[in-house]
Write a protein that binds this ligand. Structure first.
Ligand code: UGA
Ligand code: MN
Length: 239
């Protein structure tokens, strides 16, 4: 089965290094199609250059966030993931959908495991919240509950990177809401998923094979110059 790897992305100083690193992982994965979902009015040429150089088959779509979400605590990557879901529903009839943010780290073995997904598979995600890991709890090979530091009245308290979906299970009701913190849960609920249908991967969810790594935000460098010591032309350009 082909994997459709959906990455929402937006411009910032860390974008190109993140996508470069991610592309170097995906280059090792056979039968993968990278869906770059750009949070921009038009597809970024810079992004396209990085993706094209990787040689990975890709689709680049753009769908910027609506204006009212340009605040502080807004749902991230929703308009663009929605566009990716629509594109997949309209063009792809079989394969696996995986939401892989541009700031995650993925073990190559996880791709081979998720290819087996019949409906929805789940696995632990490292570096999430106060517990450091978010994972389904597995009992006798079945998902019996969830371990997540923020249950937040969610039916499926999991991270975006903690599940894969068989595209045949992606019905017309599939949707993602503009509600921060509830995107994953409401999406899974919209699929009509039942807890008993979840397929646990990663050795019954005992292994972490994907991490929400995050990159420290780039701070604009400030150049500290002692002007008293500036007596030569060599400092001119820094003043
Ligand atoms: C966490 C989860 O990892 C996300 O999958 C989830 O969508 C988000 O919480 C949420 O619940 O809103 P977080 O680390 O807080 O994500 O957010 P980012 O990593 O900044 O953004 C998630 C993804 O959306 C990234 O791939 C990012 O590039 C993209 N994004 C972010 C946009 O496309 N537009 C934005 O304005 C911000
Ligand atoms: Mn993130």
């Amino acid at each position: 089965k082909m994997i459709y790897y959906v990455t929402p992305t937006y411009p910032r100083p860390e974008q190109i290094p993140e996508l470069t690193r991610l592309s170097h992982t995906l280059m090792h994965v056979p039968r993968i199609h990278w869906v770059i979902a750009d949070d921009q009015p038009i597809c970024s040429e810079t992004v396209k250059t990085v993706v094209r150089r990787s040689g990975i088959p890709f689709t680049h779509i753009s769908s910027p966030k609506p204006f009212q979400y340009k605040s502080n605590n807004f749902p991230r990557g929703v308009a663009n993931r929605r566009a990716a879901i629509d594109w997949i529903r309209q063009n792809i009839h079989e394969g696996i959908l995986y939401f892989g943010d541009d700031d995650n780290t993925i073990d190559l073995q996880l791709f081979e495991e998720m290819r087996m997904t019949k409906r929805v598979s789940m696995f632990p995600v490292g570096l999430i919240g106060g517990y450091g890991v978010s994972s389904p709890i597995v009992k006798d090979g079945k998902v019996a509950g969830f371990f997540d530091s923020w249950p937040g009245s969610r039916t499926f308290p999991v991270d975006m990177a903690g599940f894969a979906v068989n595209i045949e299970f992606l019905t017309s009701s599939a949707s993602m809401p503009y509600i921060a913190g509830h995107e994953e849960d409401k999406f899974l609920v919209s699929l009509g998923l039942k807890i008993e249908d979840i397929e646990p991967l990663a050795d019954n969810c005992t292994k972490v094979m994907v991490w929400h790594t995050r990159t420290v935000k780039f701070k604009k460098p400030t150049l500290k110059v002692n002007f008293d010591k500036m007596n030569g032309d060599q400092y001119k350009n820094f003043a």
